[in-house]
Design a protein around this ligand. Sequence first.
Ligand code: NAD
Length: 491
Amino acid sequence: MHNSTQIAVAINHCKMYINGQQEISKGKLVPQLNPATGETVALVPECTREEVDAAIASAQAAFPAWSKTPVLQRSRILFHFRDLLEKNSEELIALVTEENGKTLDEAKGSFQRGLECVEFACGAPTLMMGEGLEQISNGVDTNVIRKPLGVCVGITPFNFPFMVPLWMFPVAIACGNTFVLKPSEKVPRCSVRIIELLYQAGLPAGVINVVHGAKDVVNQLLNDPRVRAVSFVGSTPVAKYIYETASANGKRVQALGGAKNHSVVMPDSDMKSTVESIMASSFGCAGERCVATSVVVAVGEAGDPLVAELTKVANSMKVGAGDQRGVIMGPVISPEAKERILGMIDAGEKEGAKIARDGRGDSVNKSEGNFIGPTIFDHVKPTMRIAKEEIFGPVLSVIRAKNLQEAIDIVNASEHGNASSIYTRSGTTAREFTNAAQTGMVGINIGVPAPVAIFPFSGWKGSFYGDLHALGKDGVRFYTESKVVTSRWVD
Ligand code: NAD
């Protein structure tokens, strides 16, 4: 039964997907707020235990037929899905901006990256191929075939409502698995809409299901024996918890965590392009990217001109609602995130870092949304909180280092290891940094090593728990297990 408040706002009620049908949850409702205006845009349910159970049961029931469906047919549905995504791109891009706050240009970029994940998964007939060797003994041949696992689960964060779910389920279902998706409760509607398009593309009922909620729903998914594998993207403490809990329950897990990415700027770097690249990397998506540059390590004389230029460009950035023309940076996700980020800026100031550009003033002028202007700290010490902890907001810390080795030591002291970059004109310096950096992704004269569907998203240390990463061939291996078939035929 729904109460009258629920019925009055049913139009904005975020639906679940069970057995190919959109359904209204009987669970408690939580308002979803537009980060740029603070207005309620939808009500998001916390699905009940029975509903989550029904979603898993639906995925399990769909598995035998789906896994037996020829891979060419499975991939054909994904081709149709890809076309439907493109046909509806404007609507989806606008939805990403409304849910998450990023600018329309940023939402468009994330749409393209997501689309490429579907295109990659369309190649399942080739990607799933095994290998074989005949005559390993007299009359004996051996082949390795790759089999789907069964019911897989995806749990996603708020910062890429369109792209991150597409890191997971297209490859999973293309390989013959069925799926239960639990999107971020902060941005759930994008997932519901893309699953609607996937069913329109011809997916059989139950192959993918969507449930909503947070910790309790996740715990139920992690503890259900019918779930074979869990893909997670989110913060480090939750990634670690997911990895420990699901793997203790015998499941395959890939858990991508938080980040604290460093960019090293050498004195010989090209200052103009370096500044452009760092600004986009640090303040794009309001700093809410797991590949954002959060710390710049300025080597030798690079420091003074770099900070002066970064500050100049930051002063010219227009902050506002992501759907407004000319806006370069949108709001952060929630009032709580804004408070936390402002608290980190206060902490940096108290610890003695020098504020070169203060974005706190920008937040006061637009009190209805979660706005913070670009903030730059100079002369940050590696021991300060702003240098060590993930801020996940528009705050950049500049640490000064004497030489390349000191810079590498600073990068490698981080407990995270998602991405790092170096800006230099020297191939020798770039090579030395690439070899020494303890991060799973390295950029050379590039700020954001953007996730590309054909390569694994390769975080290290506290940025990743598991063995096989998301995307690329790792993703295909994660969602399949190998079976070795040895045969002898006697005449
Ligand atoms: P989050 O960890 O708070 O939430 C992620 C998901 O986990 C959500 O679906 C949420 O409902 C669920 N969740 C939250 N708390 C939980 C708990 N205690 N137990 C079980 N489930 C829980 O992350 P977020 O704030 O949505 O996203 C931002 C974080 O994600 C940042 O740390 C960012 O670096 C990280 N991120 C990492 C990558 C990557 O590829 N490594 C990509 C994007 C985002």
